[in-house]
Design a protein around this ligand. Structure first.
Ligand code: SF4
Length: 304
């Protein structure tokens, strides 16, 4: 069997950075001073990662239930200004792991205000934690999710436009064009994160050369499911799997070429375990595109 790994797959830059910081915190000092460490929400939508973070002694909780003087981790999506202020009021120590690409949205939004925009439109999903967070940090901000929101915007001559980092770029363009029909001057800043696009492009690039494509992700991860749908359009013989156990139902054989890819919330230890299983069962040959793991799995930790 020949296994081809997509060039960009698995943890994105922001999740890798946050996970590494949590791992270092666990190894260095977590709990030594008696302070509880709490993470608001899940670090990513992946059960294996959530369980591993829990095994570090880090509890997951909603911000209302966070005790005073705790060590509080803010995940990659960020939090609202109100949550930050309440956490500080309660004497908590904040460990800010917001992805710099997410922070760039609020920075660029406020810059557009300084450059003359009367307010900023943030294109994105209203209920998404990143959008709720970033819109609260931009001084004058309205969220637009679809065309129907545009009619409700207050009158202005000049507006600024930024977007949620993971919003579909073609929808951002469409909605920006609609805004240009209504407002005289529309100042834009590109705040789309390149990771999702690269993940999809590199996965779709290998898909036509593979007999079978395996997309690895948690059933609750929307970016993994979107990746699966995109790859399946190119190669109908595509399967969505969560762990090595899911290989059981897939018709695989030694002479096949199998493509591997994974969503941004899938850790290396699951990808590596699946590749290792293929190797032991079918005798895997590496392809030119094969990439080494970005980091070795932590021994003694749960996998899959
Ligand atoms: S998808 Fe992009 S913006 Fe979101 S955490 Fe990952 S690198 Fe950051």
């Amino acid at each position: 069997m020949k296994v081809i790994r997509a060039d960009k797959m698995g943890f994105c830059f922001g999740v890798e950075r946050a996970y590494r910081a949590i791992e270092a915190l666990h190894q260095q000092r977590n709990g030594a001073d008696g302070k509880p460490t709490v993470l608001i929400g899940d670090i990513v939508h992946n059960k294996s990662v959530v369980e591993r973070v829990k095994s570090f002694g880090i509890e997951r909780n909603d911000y209302q239930y966070i005790p005073e003087r705790a060590r509080v981790i803010i995940r990659t999506h960020g939090e609202t200004r109100e949550v930050y202020e309440k956490l500080v009021e309660k004497g908590n120590e904040i460990i800010d792991l917001v992805c710099p690409i997410v922070t760039k949205v609020r920075i660029r939004g406020n810059q557009l205000l300084e450059e003359g925009a009367e307010y900023v439109v943030l294109i994105g999903k209203k209920a998404h934690p990143e959008v709720r967070g970033n819109s609260s940090w931009i001084e004058r901000c309205y969220v637009v999710e679809d065309e129907s929101d545009i009619a409700g915007l207050p009158p202005a001559r000049t507006i600024g436009v930024v977007s949620q980092t993971t919003f579909d770029p073609s929808r951002v363009r469409e909605l920006t064009e609609k805004l240009k029909e209504r407002f005289e001057r529309v100042m834009t800043a590109d705040t789309i994160c390149p990771h999702t696009g690269l993940n999809q492009q590199t996965s779709m690039a290998i898909a036509p050369r593979c007999d079978v494509m395996l997309v690895i992700g948690d059933p609750h991860s929307s970016n993994s499911k979107t990746l699966y749908q995109k790859v399946k359009q190119v190669n109908p013989n595509t399967y969505f799997i969560h762990s090595k156990d899911d290989l059981e139902g897939i018709p695989l054989s030694a002479g096949m070429t199998v493509g591997l890819t994974a969503g941004a919330s899938t850790p290396d230890w699951i990808i590596d375990e699946i590749e290792k299983t293929l190797l032991s069962r079918y005798g895997t040959e590496s392809s030119k595109e094969a990439k080494p793991s970005r980091r070795a799995p932590v021994s003694g930790q749960p996998a899959g």
